[in-house]
Design a protein around this ligand. Structure first.
Ligand code: HPA
Length: 254
């Protein structure tokens, strides 16, 4: 392997097209990495992909681990610690999310400005691993400079972006109308079942983070309809090119 990436990406389900743009690929199956969790649910094992995106060395996770699948928080976030060991400095994450901000529409991109950890277990629970302090600061969990650059890129390209707070919850149910309302009252703009654990561990070990949610359904009073995984995938797929454009540009400028 001839790459020494300082940039990693973890893309949400239905949002993985950027990985196809990686050239000079070198792939390692999760099953070949000691202690790495192994994807059981999707039937095929995931992999780490190393290569180039534009002229940036990059590392991508193909296949992410969700708490609702039954993995422990340690397993869900283990890949981020592997990134830290490999010298990753910046992590780009994306996800599909339900929008609770009444100004949001399906298909919107939301640059994540902050998050609320609503998972029932904390990924840093237990003996502190000396990647970082016992009580990590979270005052800038999503790097402001990267958000500024992303805004610039969106403006240049004429891509509409929203900004907001992502609340991470365990799933696997989507929310009841009362739960969407509660999350809105708590101060969140979008809700999803991923990202927060990885972002916490990234912050703990000094990796800066940029994140985008793709709004795939609405948890806005009066606009709530039945939501299926297929609807979510379809909305994610349609918004994917714009998300990919912002990520690609940002990665190359960051
Ligand atoms: N809730 C939780 N997770 C989600 C949603 C949602 O509405 N949409 C996509 N992922």
């Amino acid at each position: 392997m001839h790459t020494h990436p300082e940039t990693a990406i973890i893309l949400g389900s239905g949002l993985g097209k950027l990985v196809d743009e990686i050239t000079d690929k070198y792939e390692i199956n999760y099953t070949d990495i000691p202690h790495f969790p192994v994807s059981t649910v999707e039937g095929h094992s995931g992999k780490l992909i190393f290569g180039k995106l534009g002229d940036k060395d990059i590392m991508a996770m193909q296949g992410r681990f969700h708490f609702y699948e039954g993995y422990s928080m340690k397993e869900v976030t283990f890949p981020v610690r592997v990134m830290r060991e490999l010298g990753i400095k910046t992590l780009f994450v994306s996800n599909a999310a339900g929008g609770m901000n009444p100004d949001f529409e399906i298909g919107d991109l939301m640059i994540i400005t902050d998050h609320i950890n609503f998972f029932p277990e904390h990924p840093l629970r237990g003996k502190n691993i000396k990647y970082g302090p016992r009580f990590p600061d979270m005052s800038e969990a999503y790097n402001k400079e990267l958000i500024r650059k992303a805004n610039e890129i969106a403006a240049e390209k004429g891509i509409k972006v929203q900004h907001g707070i992502y609340i991470g919850t365990q799933g696997p149910t989507y929310e009841t109308p009362a739960e969407y309302k509660m999350f809105r009252i708590l101060g969140a703009d979008a809700v999803g079942m991923s990202t927060v654990p990885e972002v916490i561990v990234a912050n703990h070990c000094g990796i800066r983070v940029f994140g985008i949610s793709v709004i795939t359904d609405l948890g806005v009073e009066g606009k709530i309809v039945e939501v299926t995984h297929e609807d979510v995938q379809k909305a994610a797929d349609q918004a994917q090119p714009l998300m990919t454009t912002i990520m690609r540009e940002l990665i190359n400028r960051a």
